[in-house]
Design a protein around this ligand. Structure first.
Ligand SMILES: [Fe+2]
Length: 232
């Protein structure tokens, strides 16, 4: 997936003079822009092709800009909006941002101000994209690491059981029982997985004990039994 950028702009304003001037300015800045005279027209245009951002007047006849934004976001939740108004006292900054706008600009504004806002939103989109990308990479690395660790633990458990055939399968049975208990008492999946891995190598300490003592068919001497009891 490519990094997001702001290229396609839909400009919505019922003032024909204002939207013509603003569109020319956007085109000069290198944005591909299209215009709509009202909210229903904007919603129709949005159906036809992709846009990165909508710059919309708030106060329009019929549906206002906030209604347009709410309806559009139901279908395109990642579509950004900059709301414009010449009657800023009617809409507070926090109301507009809480309704889902990326930013808000009061008319009349300097074109440089709109440019700065578009660039800031593009930077934020990129940053968010990078964070999501890094998160996906971390999740992948974590899964890989976990698989490797499971492989190592299984190999250690097998090596231990090969030295001590008398208890072969014992660690697996303990791991199975411990997991069943953990499930019964309602521990979460990660915790149960940790218990399963610990169970599989819980007799790791036996590796210190000579194999002939572990598999001795006759009674152990006090010294040998002491060694067995000593293993961690
Ligand atoms: Fe054991």
């Amino acid at each position: 997936m490519a990094e997001p950028n702001i290229e396609q702009v839909l400009l919505v304003d019922d003032d024909v003079g204002f939207r013509t001037i603003t569109q020319q300015f956007l085109l000069r800045l290198g944005y591909a822009s299209e215009i709509a005279a009202n909210a229903p027209e904007a919603l129709e245009i949005l159906k036809k092709r992709h846009f990165d951002i909508v710059i919309s007047d708030i106060r329009m006849k019929g549906k206002d800009g906030v209604q347009l934004m709410k309806e559009a976001k139901e279908v395109y939740p990642h579509l950004d909006f900059i709301m414009m108004t010449g009657f800023s006292s009617e809409y507070s900054y926090s109301d507009v941002i809480q309704a889902g706008a990326a930013d808000y600009i009061s008319k009349p504004f300097e074109m440089g101000e709109l440019k700065a806002k578009l660039e800031r939103i593009a930077r934020e989109k990129n940053l968010l994209w990078e964070i999501q990308y890094i998160n996906r990479q971390l999740t992948r690395s974590f899964k890989h690491l976990r698989k490797t660790m499971e492989g190592i633990i299984t190999a250690m458990a097998l090596a231990l059981e090969m030295r001590d055939p008398y208890t072969a399968g014992h660690q697996r049975r303990v791991a199975g029982l411990a997991c069943a208990i953990a499930k019964e008492i309602g521990l979460d999946g990660d915790m149960i997985e940790g218990i399963r891995m610990a169970g599989l190598i819980h007799d790791l300490g036996k590796i210190q004990i000579p194999a002939e003592i572990l598999s001795k068919p006759s009674r152990l001497t006090d010294f040998e039994f002491g060694m067995i009891k000593f293993h961690p």
